[in-house]
Design a binder for this molecule. Structure first.
Ligand SMILES: [Zn+2]
Ligand SMILES: [Zn+2]
Length: 226
């Protein structure tokens, strides 16, 4: 274990080297815990192709689901940023697919979210709204809203998220995301508060940001349901 800059540290797990926040309380809300490995004695055969393990056919654990496979069924090494692995790690076919899909989120959408979008923001049922830039914080834990005032929403406190669209066009074209309705519980409160964000001047950028947020929401719920 060694300390590195910006509050992260390297830890070694049986699955590989991981770069995790120094303080566990600052884990990204998109992160997944490492799975428990299925104990060796409980898996005499590959859980995919049923090949019996012996001295020649060795078993391997998928780093994402913890199940046991033969080399053929678990040979792919794929990046797994949600478990903070530094290098690609061995995964089964099903998990490789899921991880590859998430790579796009880490390569593209997360950058869009960090970059931010401009929205007209209404808090609660207030009549007053304000033009604000909304972006994901660097540690992925908060939405920062900045206008004349500053406001933040912790992602883990969001109880529901609805993407608003401009409705389907008469020609049957794709509807475009133009807003978001959030419910969240502010620190120290049990009552959910509503936050409404509507695309402001740059509608295209706002729509991209909302699409990225939609994808983020899916990952968040997956991480919570784990
Ligand atoms: Zn197999
Ligand atoms: Zn797996």
């Amino acid at each position: 274990m060694s300390a590195v800059p910006d509050g992260k540290k390297l830890v070694r797990s049986p699955s590989g080297l991981r770069m995790v926040p120094e303080n566990g309380a600052f884990n990204s809300p998109f992160s997944l815990d490492e799975p428990q490995w299925v104990p060796d004695k409980e898996c005499p055969r590959c859980m995919q192709c049923d090949t019996k393990f012996d001295f020649i056919r060795r078993k391997h654990h998928c780093r994402r689901c913890g199940r046991c496979f033969c080399d053929k069924c678990c040979s792919k090494k794929v990046a797994l940023p949600r478990m903070c692995f530094v290098d690609p790690v061995r995964q089964c076919a099903e998990c490789s697919l899921a991880s590859q899909k998430e790579t796009e989120f880490y390569d593209k959408q997360i950058k869009v979210l960090l970059g931010g979008g401009t929205f007209v923001v209404t808090l609660g049922t207030s009549e007053k709204s304000e033009s604000m830039t909304c972006r994901l914080s660097n540690n992925h834990r908060y939405l920062f809203l900045d206008g004349e005032s500053h406001f933040e929403v912790e992602l883990s406190r969001i109880s529901s998220m609805q993407i608003l669209t401009d409705g389907s066009s008469p020609g049957g074209g794709m509807s475009r995301a133009n807003g978001m309705l959030l419910h969240f519980k502010p620190m120290g409160s049990q009552d959910a508060q509503q936050l409404r964000m509507e695309a402001a001047d740059d509608k295209k950028a706002a729509s991209l940001w909302l699409a990225a947020m939609h994808k983020a929401a899916k990952l968040l719920y997956e991480a919570r349901d784990q």
